[in-house]
Design a protein around this ligand. Structure first.
Ligand SMILES: *Cc1c(COP(=O)(O)O)cnc(C)c1O
Length: 474
């Protein structure tokens, strides 16, 4: 039997062992340090201890990988990881992803993976419906994450506004296409502009108000000025849950500006879009239903393992217009069943939707709402408790991201507090800058298993780190 496929008895043992290791990790993670102690040389020595000249047993190989992951990663599934949107993956999603690895469906064409392609279509429509898109109009694609979904938005809007560039390129256009986003928008937009040849300066930063929300009047003015200067606006991006502070732009007012100007309107709801699944909170996304397209990451607040982004659009034909291509070597398309490779940036790709499909199938909308609601409550608990410990909350959002400062301390000291909490290993939070200026501490709840005790422990760790700072003011 081939050393790659292994004989049946060994295969059975390996898969059982992998299952045990997964199960053991999930049980153990709450008791582990959140932050690794990892020097590059030490990690490299561990990695290179497996030599490809002297193969090891399957058992040794698995143990070596799990040991390295135990020791050398920030444990994002930890209940006191209050970090950058990375969740504790849903159990059904872990199982689904393992199944997908074994079946290895090829998602390039419908004909190779009818099950996988139709599951993803079903999910895109189901989530589109939650955002208020009319059922019959929903199209979209799964992507590696929010960055790819935002890149897809830039491309779809660009090729819809200027269909001729598909063949002739931007140079033939004679005008410079520009897009609009708030100064707090995610930098994947800048990256998309850079690599697509628009240039980063094509991303026009719209002024924000004192609550860090895009100002629709400033947007309208900037578009008018740009047109007068000979630029060619094609896209407006609103953010529903900014990465730093969970701020939701005034989505409905931005929709009006975009419609009046005839521009594609994309809403980047990579993390915050999950609020659409909490009935009493969905109102905070009002206006999103008027957008042309939406980014939402299942691997953030929807608790599936990386990478799982969704680009959802109600502009029929836009994806085909942007990405369609035909070759002699690909299987012939099935009528009425679009091939993903002619519909998206990727070609061969993984069945991304399975891990969301099974999580939703088992939790249901209600189960998701309950898990998300719990996380909102944990965010509220943190927001309520911080002031009594001389922390001041500085962001205004219904979502569970809390940005806060100690008014007595400067930005550098706040950064030191975050570093010290991380170092201690009992919790993880970060620091960031709001409005390009103010340094704040930032704690986000993205783990359905984070409980009140975890929130209180974070506050204890923060107080301790501050007390240990010593020294004077800044
Ligand atoms: C995380 C994030 C992205 C990028 O998504 P990835 O999944 O990391 O590629 C884009 N926009 C916003 C608002 C985000 O929070």
């Amino acid at each position: 039997m081939s050393k790659l496929l292994l004989d049946a008895a060994t295969r059975r043992a390996v898969l059982a062992r992998a299952g045990e290791l997964i199960d053991r990790y999930v049980d153990a993670v709450p008791g582990m340090r959140v932050t690794p102690r990892a020097e590059p040389a030490e990690v490299r020595a561990h990695v290179e201890a497996l030599s490809f000249d002297r193969p090891v047993s399957p058992e040794q190989a698995l143990a070596h990988l799990a040991d390295g992951l135990d020791r050398y990663q920030v444990h994002t599934p930890h209940p006191r990881y209050f970090g950058l949107f990375n969740p504790a993956p849903a159990t059904m999603s872990i199982a689904a992803d393992a199944l997908v690895a074994a079946y290895n469906p090829q998602m390039a064409t419908w004909s190779h993976s009818p099950m996988g392609v139709e599951v993803e279509r079903y999910l895109l429509r189901a989530l589109g419906g939650r955002f208020g898109y009319p059922a019959g109009e929903v199209d979209g694609t799964f992507a590696s994450g929010g960055a790819e979904a935002n890149h897809t938005a830039v491309q779809a809007a660009l090729h819809t506004a200027f269909p001729e560039i598909g063949v002739d390129g931007l140079a033939g256009l004679g005008r410079r296409p520009v897009l609009y986003a708030s100064a707090e928008a995610h930098h994947s937009l800048h990256k998309a502009a850079r690599v697509s040849g628009l240039g980063e300066s094509a991303v026009r930063a719209v002024a924000i108000d004192d609550r860090l929300r895009m100002q629709p009047a400033a947007l309208a003015q900037l578009i008018r000025d740009d047109r007068a200067a000979g630029l060619a606006p094609f896209l407006v991006v609103g953010t529903a849950g900014t990465t730093s502070a969970g701020i939701i732009d005034p989505l409905a007012e931005i929709a009006e500006v975009a419609a009046a100007e005839g521009l594609w309107y994309h809403v980047d709801a990579a993390w915050g879009g999950a609020a659409a699944l909490i009935p009493e909170l969905a109102g905070c996304l009002a206006g999103i239903e008027q957008s042309d397209s939406i980014t939402i990451d299942a691997h953030k607040w929807l608790s599936v393992p990386m990478g799982a982004g969704l680009f959802i659009t109600r502009r029929a034909g836009a994806l085909a217009r942007t990405f369609a291509t035909r070759t002699a070597y690909m299987p012939r398309p099935v009528p009425g069943a679009p091939d993903p490779y002619a519909h998206s940036l990727q070609w061969s790709r993984r069945f991304i939707g399975a891990k969301l499909y099974l999580a939703l199938a088992v939790a249901g909308w209600d189960g998701y709402a309950e898990a998300l609601r719990h996380q909102v409550a944990m965010g509220d608990r943190l927001r309520r408790r911080l002031p009594s410990r001389r922390w001041r909350v500085v962001n205004d959002t219904p979502l569970p991201i809390v940005c806060f400062v100690d008014p007595e301390l400067g930005g550098q000291r706040l950064g030191m507090i975050a570093a010290r909490v991380q170092d201690q290993g009992r919790a993880w939070l970060s620091s960031t800058r709001l409005g390009g200026a103010t340094t704040v501490l930032r704690a986000c709840i993205t783990n359905a298993g984070s409980g009140p005790g975890d929130i209180d422990r974070l506050i204890t760790e923060l107080d301790r780190a501050r007390a240990n700072l010593g020294g004077g003011k800044p």
